[in-house]
Design a protein around this ligand. Structure first.
Ligand SMILES: Cc1cc2nc3c(=O)[nH]c(=O)nc-3n(C[C@H](O)[C@H](O)[C@H](O)COP(=O)(O)OP(=O)(O)OC[C@H]3O[C@@H](n4cnc5c(N)ncnc54)[C@H](O)[C@@H]3O)c2cc1C
Length: 403
């Protein structure tokens, strides 16, 4: 992809011959190596087990494609940003299981930036190989959007901290080996952000209890995590005591970059179009219903615009500039598009979208169609997690537009 650097508003969106060859290589490899049963599960939105997630992680690690963005000495691929973008897009498009981001895309970048040599040597290879799965212990009851109000306390006793409190909405805590946590180490700091530290905690530590929270689709992906006088070695603190907020901000930037999920939305949109060509509404094909076609076209246009916006950020980063606060646009539009597609998919199949056969007619039951209503319900989460969309809009308004 060539971009005119003298005028940042001008972009040539054509990929170079090398980039097109790279895309073909990734696509062919995914065709040959993505296990059919995992792809099937992804395409019918089935809940993925720890084994499923680790299996796909290890296949990519075996190919040495598991952590493209990492420094090469730790296993990074040395790909350009465009190659990384193409890789993500192709994985989403192929129906590959998502990679658990908490170790690969959150904890590891934090350790590269702030970790000691001993912490890197201990944790990074295990994340790479898929030996340890991580979860993220930020949110608490009363401390979500206003994260700096968190109250989980860590009191220093010799070479240990003693941690007490509660985290909530902790994705995959039920099968994670480790949790990275924001904890309060100074209850009387003048700014509440200054009293926070960043700890790495072994989920097998005595005093940790994980309780499931069922989402509205009945799925289990999030949990409450309770800490009852949990001892954590001081050597598991990342960065200085009281510098947890600096670490947290570094990490949230990574979290927002990864939320657009354009490849996945493209795949889902294609599925929606196929459905709309085959489903009938009052004797005519759904695609011939002008209202439905209009809504579908709008989503497609928005997705194209989002894809161009994402390329703009990729290009900025290639030019050495970190994305500014306006990167939140990717989170806002990406998740709105994901939700709009789930809504249209559900509308396309009508009553067949429920996980029960309509009027007891078992012949009408179809696993994919029946997964659409639960999927619609599940995807309400996307505009809440990783910082709610209202908060993202506030960030764009204040820090990017200066309002
Ligand atoms: C499926 C799922 C998975 C999650 N996984 C994790 C995880 O692994 N680890 C983790 O730490 N957290 C996780 N979270 C928590 C998530 O980050 C929080 O839910 C989110 O930050 C919102 O916080 P809250 O739930 O406390 O809502 P609140 O902060 O109480 O907000 C409630 C509502 O008020 C709005 N609001 C709040 N403040 C403002 C404001 N200043 N201006 C305008 N509107 C405002 C919000 O947008 C929201 O609509 C997850 C959440 C979900 C739903």
């Amino acid at each position: 992809m060539r971009v005119a650097r003298d005028r940042q508003t001008t972009m040539d969106l054509n990929y170079s011959a090398d980039e097109r060859a790279f895309r073909a290589e990734v696509r062919a490899w995914l065709r040959d190596n993505l296990p059919g049963d995992l792809r099937d599960k992804v395409l019918r939105y089935a809940e993925l087990s720890r084994d499923d997630l680790v299996r796909w992680h290890r296949i990519l690690a075996g190919k040495r494609w598991i952590a493209p963005a990492w420094p090469e000495q730790w296993g990074g691929t040395g790909w350009s940003l465009i190659q990384r973008h193409i890789f993500d897009e192709e994985c989403g498009y192929a129906g590959a299981p998502p990679l658990v981001p908490f170790g690969l895309a959150m904890c590891a970048p934090v350790l590269f930036a702030f970790g000691t040599d001993a912490q890197k040597a201990r944790f990074i290879p295990r994340i790479y190989r898929g030996d340890d799965l991580w979860c993220q212990g930020y949110s608490e009851p009363g401390a979500g959007s206003d994260l700096a109000s968190l109250r989980t306390a860590a009191v220093r006793r010799g070479d240990h901290y003693v941690v007490s409190g509660q985290k909530i909405w902790t994705t995959f805590a039920h099968f994670a080996d480790w949790i990275f946590c924001l904890v309060r180490t100074d209850a009387v700091a003048s700014r509440k952000q200054d009293g926070i530290s960043f700890l790495l905690i072994d989920m097998k530590s005595p005093g940790i209890t994980v309780r499931p929270l069922k989402l509205m689709d009945g799925g289990h992906e999030v949990n409450e995590v309770f800490f009852d006088d949990v001892e954590v070695p001081v050597e598991n603190r990342v960065h200085d005591e009281g510098k947890g907020w600096t670490v947290a901000k570094h990490l949230l930037g990574y979290e927002r970059l990864n939320t657009a999920r354009i490849g996945t939305s493209r795949r889902e949109l294609e599925r929606l179009k196929t459905l709309a060509e085959n489903e009938h509404d009052g004797g005519r094909r759904l695609i011939d219903n002008p209202r439905f076609r209009d809504r579908l076209s709008r989503v497609e246009i928005e997705l194209t615009a989002l894809s161009i916006t994402e390329l703009r950020y990729v290009d900025q980063m290639r030019g050495g500039r970190q994305p500014g606060a306006d990167v939140s646009i990717l989170k806002i539009k990406g998740t709105e598009i994901q939700q709009a597609i789930t809504e249209l998919l559900m509308q396309a199949v009508g009553p067949l979208a429920q996980p029960v056969a309509p009027d007891g007619d078992a012949d009408a039951f179809d696993l994919f169609r029946a997964s659409l209503a639960p999927r619609y319900c599940n995807f309400r989460k996307t505009t809440i997690y990783a910082g709610s969309n209202e908060i993202q809009r506030d960030i764009v308004a204040k820090r990017a537009l200066g309002l």
